[in-house]
Ligand binder design. Structure first.
Ligand SMILES: Nc1ncnc2c1ncn2[C@@H]1O[C@H](COP(=O)(O)OP(=O)(O)OP(=O)(O)O)[C@@H](O)[C@H]1O
Ligand SMILES: [Mg+2]
Length: 1007
């Protein structure tokens, strides 16, 4: 019994118009006899296209194409079946006309969409059925179809319009749906079916990319054939890999070189419905002698004889072929043959050889058979026979087929297989780029990467992914240019590929298929050990081997206790996963989670394992367990400064938690972690929202230390944005929250922050006092606090406090002591791997060293930049670049180029991040450099912008250099009064701050 699954199918409903009236009029036995005849006829047609008769009800039949087994062309099969059903019903009606006393007509509805397919209920013998809205919609289409017509939905139309003619049939309202659906009437099969391949209908044409060696191989085989050595060449590759395209390009190339002038080409393409015995040869000869399938045997014989005469054959030759002609031409005739089977085979072979031989005597001949995997075995044998027999003639048998088919293996003719491997990543990228070749496309780079990653080197997949992006409106044409719109990354398996992908899976034996589904839950790559542990099936080896043989998965290396495997195609992985019922996915994710917990002995260390555990559990019934792992993964990622990953894990944890009632505490932890990283990478607005939410929640639950911590972090955000007043309010509010008995570490944190703020406001005495208080407060805590990360937290605070102390000392002229304190801070931070605290130390040391030892200063700044880059802290990068610029200036020979560059980098970072608190600094540095090199206009501009910011901040260490710099600039420009006015302002700043001008000149920017 087949387990239930989710899949895209094409549903067909057909019933008789006027059946009720018929059954009222006729005897029930007569009705029943007719019904039996009708059902038999309909079932025959449906079976021909490998459809599944889901049920007969009254006079109606419901058939499904794509379940239980998918085909790559299910929608086409359904429409072809629908047309045949109409024909069959007409034929039946004719036979029954006298007994029924009226004509009967079928009407049909066809629709393609998702369903759940499987046995309904657990009872033994439960019927296989499909359910879902797709079925209801099809039944609506049926009711709307007039007698004798077929109505198809837009979804089916889109997948089949290359092979069938349609006319629009308006819209159809559906119960319970606000939007009506668009409907098309099927007119018949197109006389000249188009290829479904390529995006020409969208105005997109891809030039042929790559395949250079393969092309050379074909050209070389052609040359050998021309020299009189028969060649059997097969082009092998998975569906869509580009076999037909390669052959078409090769023919075009020969043609362009004039090499086809005297060459005869015969083509046949095998049908996915399978070929009758000798079907391929029949097609080749019908093409050669222009025999129509409807021609009678007599007409066919005449055409063949005429053709042979033209080739200079003798009359006996045509005669000799006559008894087997209908086989050779595939012309239908009911009469059984009276020749022995073996004798018949030999005669057919002889006839085929003769026909080909006559042709080859005249001109070189290329026999092209596409899709050999669907050919009949007799034709394949015959191809080998002919090639071997004519091994020394200019004959080339060129075949294209999928890897599962076996090409004919001859003994004498030259033999070669050209295997088409997936295109490289770059080739696929080129394919996508060339598709949009004519016009520019915004966001092209990411789109190319996205398609290349998903297509896995299969050009058809690449095209169909693009097609589905267009049909979902994610890629939009605007005049001659294409633009991408939002959400194009949220992709699914293109509807055009669903059948193709699933058909490979449906062909597998049950145990392999089941194992593949379980593997798909583990992920696009998966460890054997986990699969063994989670599987509900029996022996894994054979099933796994089978999957490797089918090229659905590959061994890619060693894993824990076994191999690591990967799905060969990302899209196959997705299709298999989506094939699973939601309930089964949930159950399997739990099994995967448990397997991974066992594999890590419940102590997952690797970030990848934590991430995977978070993934599996958050998709299981125990979501909050998933969220716990995700928060831990976020913490772990943050600890190694993988900021983007951390943000992703936290955000996913929050999403998962929003579905778990009663998880407020976990929610707070996740939000705080997320906000910390968001603040770090400059997304302050988002960080603020999270901190404030957490603050409210903690305040409500009476967690004072936690509330104070949030206030401190919120204050930090305001400060960075240049709003010191609010920052100070937040810190004060935090201290108030804590009260006297409050958490000492948190209190020292707040003291330290107050000290830092006092320092920046120019109150160095207060800064020293706050910092010392912070260190005292934490001193008692340190020995006790060695658990739960509190010791690290305490160390971080102390590193910051030494720093604050150091900069305040520096500003009051106690330079040696200052350096000592900050070096202590850096040692402490480095020892504990507190990289952010270390960055602050490097920043300040860079400044302090710059007057004493510029080279050491440069070294320190560069080290700081490397650390800040590792941490991903753009704010410190900017400060360090500004200080680097100062240090370069001290070394006059490097001032101009490196100095300007460093200052501009800092300015750029500050502007991008909105770090108004710092932007004045690099502007002043740039002003000084320009001034130094006589670039007065540029210097003016920089100072003016800096001054506006400095006045807003009211910070002496910013104001003084602006006033001082502008005073000198005016002096140089001969504007005495202005110069004096600025000098006065500069002096006033010093007096207010109680500092010597030197203290502000030498050590301009400490933090
Ligand atoms: N090297 C290539 N460069 C650009 N486009 C390609 C390339 N190879 C194939 N394509 C395009 O990809 C699509 C699939 O190619 P094609 O039809 O030749 O595949 P196939 O291997 O013959 O598949 P099937 O087994 O289903 O017959 C076509 O639209 C084709 O134009
Ligand atoms: Mg092909």
């Amino acid at each position: 019994m087949r387990e239930a699954d989710r899949r895209q199918v094409t549903v067909l409903f057909a019933d008789l118009s006027g059946f009720t009236a018929l059954s009222e009029r006729l005897d029930p036995e007569e009705v029943r006899a007719f019904q039996n005849a009708l059902f038999e006829a309909l079932a025959g047609v449906i079976a021909r296209y490998d459809g599944f008769v889901e049920k007969f009800v009254g006079d109606a039949v419901m058939a499904v194409f794509g379940a239980p087994v998918a085909h790559e062309d299910d929608p086409q099969r359904a429409l072809q079946a629908a047309l045949d059903l109409l024909d069959a019903s007409v034929a039946l009606g004719d036979r029954w006309a006298s007994r029924l006393g009226q004509a009967v007509t079928l009407h049909v509805g066809v629709h393609t969409g998702p369903v759940v397919a499987g046995s309904l209920g657990d009872a033994a013998g439960a019927a296989y059925a499909v359910t879902g809205d797709t079925v209801n919609t099809t039944s609506r289409l049926l009711s709307a179809a007039a007698p004798g017509t077929i109505l198809a939905s837009a979804a089916t139309h889109a997948l089949t319009r290359h092979r069938f003619a349609f006319e629009p049939a308006g819209e159809l309202a559906l119960r319970g749906k606000s939007e009506p659906i668009v409907v098309h009437r099927v007119l018949g099969a197109l006389a000249e079916p188009q290829s479904a391949r390529g995006l020409a209908a969208l105005g997109l044409l891809a030039p042929h990319v790559g395949r250079v060696d393969e092309m050379e191989q074909l050209v070389a085989a052609f040359e050998r054939m021309r020299r009189g050595r028969a060649q059997v060449v097969s082009v092998v590759g998975e569906a869509g890999m580009g076999k037909s395209r390669l052959i078409a390009e090769w023919l075009a190339r020969l043609d362009a070189g004039g090499d086809l002038a005297s060459v005869v080409i015969r083509r046949a393409a095998c049908s996915s419905l399978g070929e009758p015995t000798y079907g391929v040869f029949g097609a080749l000869f019908r093409e050669a002698y222009q025999v129509d399938p409807e021609d009678s045997l007599a007409v066919a014989r005449e055409k063949l004889a005429a053709g042979l005469r033209k080739l200079g054959a003798r009359a006996e030759e045509a005669e000799a072929i006559a008894p087997v002609l209908r086989y050779v031409l595939g012309v239908e005739e009911k009469a059984p043959s009276d020749i022995e089977p073996e004798q018949l085979r030999r005669q057919i072979a002889l006839a085929a050889r003769t026909l080909v031989e006559r042709r080859v005597e005249r001109d070189p001949l290329v026999i092209l058979v596409e899709d050999l995997q669907w050919a009949d075995a007799a034709s394949v044998d015959l191809l080998r026979d002919v090639a071997d027999h004519l091994w020394d003639r200019p004959l080339m048998v060129l075949l294209s087929h999928r890897p599962e088919a076996r090409p004919p293996l001859g003994a004498r003719a030259g033999q070669m297989a050209i295997h088409l491997a997936p295109l490289s990543r770059d080739e696929t990228r080129a394919l996508v780029r060339d598709l949009f070749g004519s016009g520019p496309l915004d966001g092209m780079g990411p789109l190319q990467d996205f398609v290349a990653a998903r297509a896995g080197g299969n050009p058809l997949f690449a095209e169909e992914i693009v097609r589905s992006l267009v049909s979902r409106g994610a890629l939009v044409r605007d005049g001659d240019r294409w633009t991408t719109s939002a959400e194009w990354e949220a992709a699914d398996v293109p509807p055009t590929l669903q059948g193709l992908l699933l058909s490979r899976v449906d062909r597998l034996p049950a145990d392999s298929r089941r194992l593949l589904q379980e593997a798909a839950v583990l992920g696009a790559s998966f460890e054997e050990v986990l699969l063994r542990d989670m599987t509900t099936g029996g022996v894994v080896e054979a099933a796994l081997e089978r999957l490797v043989e089918s090229d659905l998965i590959r061994r890619v290396g060693p894993g824990r206790d076994g191999a690591l495997y990967r799905f060969t195609q990302a899209l196959v992985h997705e299709a298999v996963y989506q094939n699973l019922l939601l309930a089964r996915r949930t159950e399997l994710h739990e099994r995967a989670g448990r397997a991974l917990e066992r594999a890590t002995r419940a102590h997952p260390e690797r970030l990848g394992d934590l991430e995977a555990l978070g993934h599996h559990w958050s998709l299981s019934a125990d979501k909050s367990r998933g969220a716990r792992y995700l928060v831990t993964a976020g913490d772990r990622a943050r600890a190694v400064y993988a900021n983007d990953d951390a943000i992703r894990h936290y955000a996913r944890a929050l999403e998962t938690l929003s579905e778990c009632p009663g998880s407020e505490a976990q929610m707070c932890a996740g939000r705080e972690g997320l906000a910390d990283v968001l603040g770090l990478v400059g997304r302050r607005g988002e960080a603020l929202v999270h901190y404030e939410a957490v603050q409210r929640a903690l305040a409500d639950s009476g967690d004072r230390a936690g509330t104070a911590r949030m206030l401190r972090k919120i204050g930090g955000l305001y400060w960075e944005a240049g709003d010191r007043e609010r920052a100070s309010e937040c810190f004060a509010a935090g201290l108030e929250q804590l009260g006297d008995p409050g958490d000492p570490i948190e209190r020292s944190h707040l003291f330290q922050e107050m000290g830092r703020l006092a320092f920046r406001a120019g109150d160095n005495a207060a800064a020293i006092a706050w910092a010392e208080r912070a260190l005292r407060e934490a001193a008692g805590e340190e020995s006790a606090a060695d658990t739960g990360g509190r010791d690290r937290e305490a160390a971080a605070m102390r590193a910051q406090a030494y720093n604050t102390l150091g900069v305040a000392l520096a500003r009051t002229g106690r330079l040696a002591e200052a350096v000592e304190q900050i070096e202590t801070s850096v040692r402490l931070a480095e020892g504990r791997d507190l990289l952010q605290a270390a960055c602050r130390g490097y920043t300040n040391l860079g400044v302090l060293y710059s007057s004493l030892d510029p080279r050491r200063s440069i070294e320190t700044c560069l080290r700081g930049i490397a650390t800040a880059t590792k941490v991903g802290d753009l704010g410190f990068q900017s400060r360090l670049y500004a200080n680097l610029a100062v240090a370069y200036c001290a070394l006059t020979d490097q001032c101009e180029v490196e100095g300007v560059e460093a200052a501009e980098t800092a300015i750029d970072l500050d502007r991008r991040l909105g770090l108004l608190d710092h932007l004045a600094v690099p502007l002043i540095v740039l002003g000084q450099i320009h001034q130094c090199h006589g670039e007065h206009a540029r210097a003016f501009a920089s100072y003016e912008e800096a001054l506006a910011l400095a006045e807003k901040a009211g910070e002496p260490q910013l104001l003084f250099p602006c006033y001082d710099g502008l005073a000198t600039l005016y002096l140089d420009a001969g504007d005495q009064p202005q110069a004096e006015a600025y000098l006065a302002k500069a002096q006033a700043v010093c007096e207010r701050a109680g500092l010597e001008p030197d203290a502000l000149m030498v050590l301009p920017f400490l933090c």
